[in-house]
Design a protein around this ligand. Structure first.
Ligand code: KAF
Ligand code: ZN
Length: 670
């Protein structure tokens, strides 16, 4: 209804504003209505200069407007009267007051919850775990109470913004049964503890941690059996102790969701993307179909190289590839086997890990390097408290969660408290991860003025994409040269060098896509009951085989629980956000590069020091979660969709080259 008025008012406004009439803005209207009217007036006043008669004479123009305005002024007044009747209730006022208090209390409670979680993640003890459970209970109980209060407001006539906030408050997936809620929190801390403290022990008695030991073996060893050992030991260490707890966890989370009217927890997870009729899966499937041909080319090329390295008896040149040969514990990114697959080995090297060590980089210098980039485009430096309170290396006196993360302590602007927790190693991959985590921090800092409810990403995928977008610039040879990490390259390099460069990037970005997609495909089906606990592992591998074209190096059974070997499963962190991010970051990069005036192929673009690109990014980040994500996408790229054409364009020269290399290969694995 309000929209109809809007169009009307808009028309009236054009005629009125330049003719000297003051706009009646009676105070019987709600504050929100008045604000909307004011906004309309401002919009219209900027448009007004366009209205002029055809002959362009100023006097004629003014008179035309004036007489039109006089004719319309009576209608305008009638409109205002009917508007007063239509909605002059103090309800929205009351609701806005309630929201203001809600947001402030939420801020304080989330700050408290973050402190308890930080304490546990940087020092895993039973005592700290118990505090996490307590504070989670407190926050859940409060949220449920507030949800009930919130539901009492009839929001139907309220402004979109107020409606949006109520919409967020009145969605919950938590059970009102305290015991169930407590159990969910307890299992969560137990699973994360298993993941973060498990080790694999050698016959000698030495026990190896995931980070850095087992991950290091997967990255560096080229000994088939040693790789098998590390791959298998990690899964044997964490999977079986997790399996039953995980099944119980899923059931409890589903009960919470169902109590609130949702079919299962997966519906709630997907809800973060605000897709009409729960169509997120359709959207990501559509994107995957478009990038799959590129992935298939990369897969066939890498399979051939691995077969040459390990022998045809270990790696066939057709079908699925054993999962432990990709330089990564989960075969999610393949950059660590760049040395095996490098197309043109005689071209100058582009991996800077060794150079970083030679130049005496340490974690702090890596963080400062990342910060300098963000600052160069006009984003904020890390505050002093960041340096004082972050954990950037693994401490040796206690157990911690080493998987990287970025933390917002819901500070008031001016009293900033944001931190990163990471067990940094000196190599290019971790330099990339630092940019990833710092991207989260820049988002926190840029939306700190938003209401607490809106202190989040436009969707979770946006949050994941910020730092990765920046790292696309950082990892160009051009930029690495600027910061002194690449020395032996001259100006413009030839095609062979570019193919090396693109292939290295594809090992990180293209290889990841099916992995990013399948994790939540598995969990969505687990939540919906389509995959039952007795099929957890079988179905996990069915998806790994289908999407990634890889297979387990040894036989697996349903006693095993291989999903648990990946951090986001025991920590309960949704994963489709990364699939979204890996596609969106190329859209962002394309838009920012255009803003920066880059010319040349997209993969050579470095937005370093471009204040224009930075302003464009900042503008999007400052929106936080205040609008549905297509609007944020539009603010930065001009389009409102997740669109793989940017990533495809980026890798176009590589895809062409791969097709040529693979012309005699049997593509695929089905
Ligand atoms: C991304 C980029 C490069 C490589 C790989 C990835 C995918 C994924 C992975 O498999 O490693 N990356 C991460 O998990 C990075 C950690 C994080 O920054 O995404 C972290 C995950 C996390 C950890 C604990 C609780 C919840 C989530 N996310 C954040 O710290 C975060 C996310 C949104 C807002 C604020 C902080
Ligand atoms: Zn992240």
């Amino acid at each position: 209804m309000w929209n109809v008025w809007k169009i009307w008012l808009c028309f009236g406004a054009v005629l009125l504003s330049c003719s000297g009439y003051t706009w009646p803005l009676p105070d019987q209207l709600s504050a929100a209505q008045q604000r909307e009217l004011k906004e309309l007036q401002e919009d219209v006043e900027t448009e007004i200069s366009d209205i002029c008669c055809n002959n362009g004479l100023k006097r004629c123009c003014v008179e035309t407007k004036k007489s039109l305005a006089e004719r319309k002024i009576e209608e305008w007044k009638e409109l205002i009267d009917s508007l007063k009747e239509l909605k002059s209730t103090p309800d929205e006022e009351k609701a806005m007051k309630w929201l203001e208090e809600y947001n402030e209390e939420l801020r304080q409670r989330q700050a408290k919850s973050a402190e308890a979680n930080w304490a546990q993640s940087t020092n895993i003890t039973d005592e700290n775990a118990a505090k996490v459970v307590d504070v989670t209970m407190e926050l859940t109980k409060w949220s449920l109470k507030k949800m009930e209060e919130g539901k009492k407001f009839d929001t139907s006539g309220f402004s979109d913004d107020v409606k949006r906030q109520f919409g967020m408050i009145t969605k919950s997936g938590s059970s009102s049964d305290e015991e169930k809620t407590r159990k969910v929190a307890e299992i969560g801390t137990e699973l994360e503890k298993i993941y973060s403290t498990s080790t694999a022990c050698l016959p000698s008695g030495t026990c190896l941690k995931l980070d850095p030991d087992l991950e290091g073996i997967l990255a560096k060893s080229r000994d088939y059996d040693r790789l098998t050992w590390a791959w298998l030991s990690w899964r044997d260490a964490v999977g079986p102790p997790m399996k039953d707890k995980y099944a119980e966890w899923v059931a409890l989370m589903n009960e919470g969701a169902q109590e609130n009217g949702y079919a299962d927890k997966g519906v709630i997870w997907r809800g973060a993307y605000e897709m009409p009729n729960d169509t997120l899966e359709e959207m990501v499937d559509g994107v995957w179909e478009k990038v799959k041909p590129l992935y298939t080319q990369l897969h066939a090329y890498v399979r051939r190289k691995l077969s040459e390295t390990y022998g045809e008896d270990k790696v066939l040149t057709t079908g699925h590839i054993p999962a432990h040969l990709f330089g990564n514990m989960w075969a999610q990114q393949w950059n660590n086997i760049y040395d095996i697959v490098v197309p043109f080995p005689d071209q100058p090297a582009i991996d800077v890990s060794d150079t970083m060590v030679e130049q005496g980089y340490d974690p702090l210098r890596m963080f400062k390097t990342a910060e300098a980039f963000f600052v160069s485009i006009g984003l904020r430096p890390m505050p002093q408290t960041f340096w004082d309170k972050s954990m950037i290396t693994r401490p040796d006196d206690r157990e911690v969660v080493c998987h990287g993360s970025a933390w917002d302590f819901y500070h008031l602007p001016g009293d900033t408290d944001v931190r990163i927790k990471m067990c940094t190693k000196v190599n290019q991959e971790d330099l990339q991860t630092i940019h990833h985590e710092m991207g989260h921090i820049e988002y926190f800092l840029t939306y700190e003025d938003q209401k607490t409810l809106y202190r989040g990403g436009a969707n979770p995928g946006f949050h994941e994409a910020v730092g990765d977008t920046i790292a696309l610039s950082v990892n160009t040879p051009g930029h690495l040269k600027k910061i002194g990490l690449l020395q032996n390259i001259e100006g413009n390099q030839g095609t062979e060098f570019q193919i090396n460069e693109l292939l290295k990037m594809a090992l990180s970005k293209v290889a990841f896509l099916p992995f990013g997609l399948l994790i939540d495909k598995w969990r969505w089906r687990v939540f919906s009951g389509d995959i039952t606990p007795d099929k957890f592992n079988t179905e996990w591998w069915n998806l790994r085989m289908k999407y990634q074209g890889i297979k387990p190096p040894v036989e697996r059974t349903d006693e095993d629980f291989d999903p648990g070997a990946k951090y986001h499963i025991p920590s309960g962190t949704p994963y489709i956000r990364y699939f979204f991010s890996f596609v969106a970051q190329f859209q962002f990069q394309q838009a920012l590069c255009e803003e920066a005036g880059h010319d040349g192929p997209l993969h050579t673009c470095d937005i370093y020091q471009s204040k224009k690109a930075g302003a464009k990014l900042k503008n999007m980040l400052s929106m936080g979660e205040s609008k549905p994500w297509p609007e944020a996408m539009k603010a930065i790229t001009g389009q409102d969709k997740l669109d793989p054409s940017a990533i495809l364009k980026y890798f176009e020269p590589l895809e062409k080259w791969l097709r040529e290399q693979n012309k005699n290969e049997e593509l695929g694995w089905e």
